[in-house]
Design a protein around this ligand. Sequence first.
Ligand code: AKG
Ligand code: FE2
Length: 310
Amino acid sequence: MVQPLRVPIVDLSLLRQRSDHTNSPIIKDIHEACRNIGFFHVVHHGIPESVIEGALEVNSEFFNLPTAIKEELISDDVLKPVRFGKLVGEDEGNSKFMRDFLKLCAYPFEDFEALWPTSPPNYREKMGMYSSEVRKVSIEIFEVIMESLNLGATYMRENFNQGCHILGINSYPPCSESDIKAGITPHTDYGLITILLQTHPGLEVVDRTDGKWKVVPEVKGSLQVLVGDQLQVMSNGLYRSVVHRAIPSHWKTRMSIASAHSLAMDEVVEPAMKLLDEGHPKAYKESSLREYLKHLSVRQTRTFIETLQI
Ligand SMILES: O=C(O)CCC(=O)C(=O)O
Ligand SMILES: [Fe+2]
């Protein structure tokens, strides 16, 4: 039986009340969470419930469309800014998985909006609103994470603001068959941070203290923040990307929207100079999002982050 994990809950409204975050216990909590688990919840993030409901509603309508319409967006090309896919199969550990997904490049919105689905007709409007709200939250969270690393709130701010924003919408059909073990198989996310919205629980992470899978407990109104590979590299391994998977529900469709924030496609990420010294030599090679996507498109025995370790 998979046990629940104790995950820190960060109240963003408390952070917004103070302009000076020096010695803030919240920054300390974020530091501990990123260091020990690679993961935390945020509450009072400020995204209106109507925006969240609107985004989930149009995606549910999209996934319920006749297959022929969705298949127009099917592609194996990981560089395509908009693509739909159906994944069903078995991983190396013989666990069966099943998931439909839609990937949308989301920033700058004007560059990609015309490629987004037109069905349902209000798809672009509702998802556009969610995308812009979650981006604002990601900018705030990135700043406090930089503070928690002692790099200062403005460290890489412009690079982050001009970076890539990719929305990964997942739909996991209910499965009563006991042999379907996973909706999405174990992985780390590549970017700096991912902000996750789930319709209901199902996310599991590896607890670093005992190496076991733990269920992420439901926290009403929360979003989850996940440390990605780029943040692992930037922090020179002080923070590590969290290994996670998602388990489908037995009785209803589970959906999630993973909002992945990374540096721009060809911008390289490398360990922050300030975190390097004799006792902490550079532990990762530099890399870009494009190199990661190239790695994804060919079958590899090592994860991308493993290939970067010096
Ligand atoms: O569905 C979930 O909760 C997780 C999704 C996820 O990990 C991803 O899209 O990268
Ligand atoms: Fe993920």
